[in-house]
Structure formats: C-alpha cells, structure tokens
Design a protein around this ligand. Sequence first.
Ligand code: PGA
Length: 241
Amino acid sequence: MKIYVTENYQAMSRKAANIVSAHVILYPSCVLGLATGSTPVGMYRQLVAWYQKDDLDFSQVKTINLDEYVGLAPTHDQSYRYFMQTNLFDHINIVPANTYVPDGLAPDPEEACRRYNDIIHSLGGIDMQVLGIGHNGHIGFNEPGEAYELETHVVDLAESTIDANSRFFARREDVPRQALTMGIKSIMQARRILVVVSGEGKAGIVRAAFAGPVTPQVPASILQLHPDVTLVGDRAALSKL
Ligand code: PGA
C-alpha cells in the first residue's frame, strides 16, 4: 500500500486529484469508480479546476458510483446522483450516458442491483475506485458485518450511518433507511483503489482499517488484502497509523 501524508484537507484533495488525473491522462477511456461524502469534494473541485484550464479531458471516461439512497430522486439535493452532477459532472465534458449511479427510485431495487452489476461487468470492471471511509469503517454503504462475497445489493443503513448523515437532512427522520451499494466484492475487483481520509475524527477508524485485523466488523480492513491501494490522508487522519 502506498501512503501519502499531506498537511491539510486542501493538500489531500490536490494529491488525490493528481492521482486521478494522472490515470485519466494515461488511460483516457478508463472506468473510474466514484464516491460521495464530504471527503472527496475538494478532490472533485480540483479536477474541475484542471479541466477548466484545459489540462484534463473526460470525453471518453466512464464513471460508476458506489451507492445511492433508496427512495431519493436524482433531483433530490441529498441524492448521490445530484451530488455527482453538482460537484463534478455538470462542470466537465463527460458524456452523461457514461455516468452511472444506482437508481434510487427503481420499483424493484433487487433488479436494479442486478442491472448495476451487469453494467460494471459490461464496462470491463473498474480501473480505479475512489473510496472514503465512514466513521464506522464502512466503504460504500457496506456496513459492519456485511458479507464479503456480495456485489451490488440493497442494505439497511446502520444507525451510526443514519446519525452521521443526518447532518445533511433537515430532520433525522428524513434520512433514508436503505441504500443500494456496490458490494465488497465489486470494490475489491477494482484494479486500483484510492482511499481519501481527512480530519482527526477519522484517525481511529483509519488505524483500525489499516493496522488492525481484517474483519467484517471494520469493512475497510478488507482493503489490506487488495494488491494496489493508495491511501491519501491529511496528517490528522493518519496520526494514529
Ligand atoms: P465522509 O463520508 O467523506 O462524509 O466522511 C465517508 C463515508 O461515509 O464513506
């Protein structure tokens, strides 16, 4: 595993964007697995800035996101489709049809998961998967205790995740209780993985994930078994490693 320690959030964002942009430059038609959450926002902002300077071209890139809340429309300001549009896709020259986010409104969510797996396979798998880590160690919405062998599936969100994400909703009751998420298997099959972490609040879980035992109780710990992981974090998040 490669580890980059940066001074602060901004430097972490820039380093992560460096790594993604190098990949896009070397492999213009690559498949990027993308993540939502607070952590990668600065990385997306940096990618947009480089695109606007004409340093990046996304016209052949395909993206596939980790997860989506069940029940939120793409236009809902807390849906992950909306997040991706407003933080990245609306500002770059990616072809809309080449961006995939699970369908939170699918009448049959299980069927939507199967379709999503088919998409991942038909794209030839994921070249580089960006991941944040939840305070409870989740990656995507794979909560503690999830089986490792799963591809995209429907999950019941952990109470700790509902608590963490309620900061984005007017009321805790408004946080969806379920999500569609790529599974641990889908994530582990990505050829490269880029993990971004920031802030002292993540230091404990980062230690558990990368210096503790590999256990389903800390889903991110499975990444220790992946052959090509790059961890980019600020000094605070990596302080206990
Ligand atoms: P965060 O979320 O980037 O908002 O901390 C990470 C996650 O829950 O995966």
